[in-house]
Write a protein that binds this ligand. Structure first.
Ligand SMILES: [Zn+2]
Length: 137
C-alpha cells in the first residue's frame, strides 16, 4: 500500500485546527497531486454531535471539487480529529468511508495517523494504515 508525502505546512495546519476545535472534531480536505499532499483545508464541521462525529460542510466540498476542475489540487482525501486522543478511525468513520482509495488522516493529540479507505481494509474492514513522510523541502 503506497504511502504519501505531506508538506509540513499542511500537517501544521491540521494540528492547529484540531487543537482550536477542541472539544469538537475538526475536519477538512487533503489536496495535492499523486501521492503528495500539498495543502490541508479546514472545513466547518456541520455534524449535529461534533464532539463525536464530523461532517464536512457540503459547500466546502463543492467548492473544492470545482477548484480541482479548474486546476486546483485534486482531493486526495479527508482529515479529521479525535478529541478523545484515539488515533484510529472509528466504526462510524468506516461506515462513512467509501472504499475509493482516498486517504483518511486522523489527528489525535499532537500526532497524525494515516489510512487509506479500501474495500477489505485491516481496520473495520475499511481502512489500511499507510506511511506518511514529510516533504524534504
Ligand atoms: Zn473519526
Amino acid at each position: 500500500m503506497a504511502g504519501v508525502t505531506i508538506s509540513r505546512a499542511a500537517a501544521a495546519a491540521m494540528l492547529d485546527a484540531a487543537a482550536a476545535a477542541m472539544p469538537s472534531e475538526a475536519c477538512g480536505l487533503l489536496l495535492g497531486a499523486g501521492d503528495r499532499i500539498e495543502r490541508a483545508t479546514i472545513a466547518a464541521n456541520v455534524a449535529s454531535d461534533r464532539a463525536r462525529r464530523f461532517e464536512i460542510d457540503p459547500a466546502h466540498l463543492f467548492a473544492a471539487h470545482r477548484a480541482a476542475r479548474g486546476g486546483g489540487g485534486t482531493i486526495l482525501g479527508y482529515w479529521h480529529s479525535h478529541p478523545s486522543g484515539l488515533a484510529e478511525p472509528s466504526a462510524t468513520d468506516a461506515a462513512m468511508a467509501d472504499p475509493d482509495g482516498r486517504i483518511w488522516a486522523i489527528v489525535a493529540g499532537r500526532g497524525i495517523r494515516w489510512f487509506r479507505a479500501v474495500p477489505h481494509g485491516a481496520l473495520h474492514g475499511r481502512f489500511d494504515p499507510i506511511e506518511a513522510v514529510f516533504d524534504p523541502d
